[in-house]
Design a protein around this ligand. Structure first.
Ligand code: HEC
Length: 261
């Protein structure tokens, strides 16, 4: 819980960052997976694997999953329990990454709709997800990095980039998913800001999340400017406060270890 696999991206362009945002959004998968808070990133942390992934009825040994399990999708469940090791997406796999064949887009679409029982992804969603998967690389410096508040703050930046891209592509569903992705990241921060001493930060996180929801539910023509305003305020206010309090949160390895005793 204090470490994670490291990924170095071949490109940091908005397309790739938008894909990273949606990769972490549970509502992309829909159905049982979304209810359990699972996103692509739950199994493929930073696009790599997750040696600790263990879900009753889905995994056998830690780090395995049966993605043709009827737990996720009544349509696709093959009635057999056949978990396999979760692959590291930064390594070449059985699905071609060649953009010309679009095999990756087809695979990801199938995964979302058939295997997880999610809603049909829009072309823009598939484009950004595939761009992100294609950009994944291992890191020369090491395979593991610490988990920090900065991960969630960067993911919120990604969410803003994704929302902007979806608005530009006239994809309201994609914009809504991007906002949901940001709200999920605020929730992940709140999970680590535990205890009475951080109650005000938790309250402010909840308020920031509700403000995002209100923006998403509001006038579609104003979502873009409203998000820019939200982000400016967030960076000036809450993000700074969270940074100051990070050492008192469960992002701090010692505090995390103590809380698990
Ligand atoms: C419950 C865990 C789980 C979740 C959630 C999940 N995956 Fe996977 N993923 C797997 C497993 C297991 C395989 C290997 C399947 C196989 O070999 O048949 C896999 C395979 C893949 C592959 C093919 C890798 C190759 O061999 O080339 C891609 C790409 C991929 N996943 C992307 C995604 C994306 C994008 C999402 C979210 C939409 C996602 N995965 C969600 C477990 C998961």
């Amino acid at each position: 819980m204090s470490e994670q696999p490291a990924t170095c991206l071949a490109s940091n362009m908005p397309l790739v960052r938008s894909g990273r945002a949606l990769f972490g959004a549970p509502t992309l998968l829909g159905g049982q997976a979304a209810k359990a808070g699972l996103s692509c990133a739950s199994c493929h942390i930073n696009g790599r694997n997750n040696p600790h992934f263990l879900l009753a009825g889905v995994s056998e040994a830690p780090g395995t999953a049966d993605v043709t399990n009827s737990f996720f999708s009544a349509a696709r469940g093959n009635g057999q329990f056949d978990p396999v090791v979760i692959p590291d997406l930064a390594m070449p796999g059985k699905v071609s990454r060649d953009p010309d064949t679009r095999a990756l887009e087809a695979f990801v679409r199938n995964l979302i709709v058939e295997e997880f029982g999610g809603r049909e992804p829009t072309p823009a969603m598939l484009d950004v997800l595939a761009a992100y998967v294609r950009a994944m690389r291992t890191c020369p410096a090491g395979q593991s990095v610490e988990r920090r508040l900065g991960d969630q703050l960067a993911a919120i930046d990604d969410g803003i980039a994704a929302a902007q891209m979806m608005i530009d592509r006239a994809d309201p569903e994609g914009a809504a998913l991007s906002i949901a992705a940001m709200r999920h990241q605020l929730g992940l921060i709140a999970e680590r800001y535990t205890g009475a001493g951080l109650a005000r930060e938790r309250q402010a996180l909840l308020a920031a999340s509700r403000a995002l929801q209100a923006i998403g539910d509001g006038d579609p023509a104003r979502i873009g400017p409203a998000l820019v305003r939200w982000k400016r305020e967030f960076d000036k206010g809450l993000a700074k406060r969270l940074r100051r309090a990070e050492s008192r949160s469960l992002y701090d390895e010692k505090r995390l270890a103590e809380s698990l005793r």
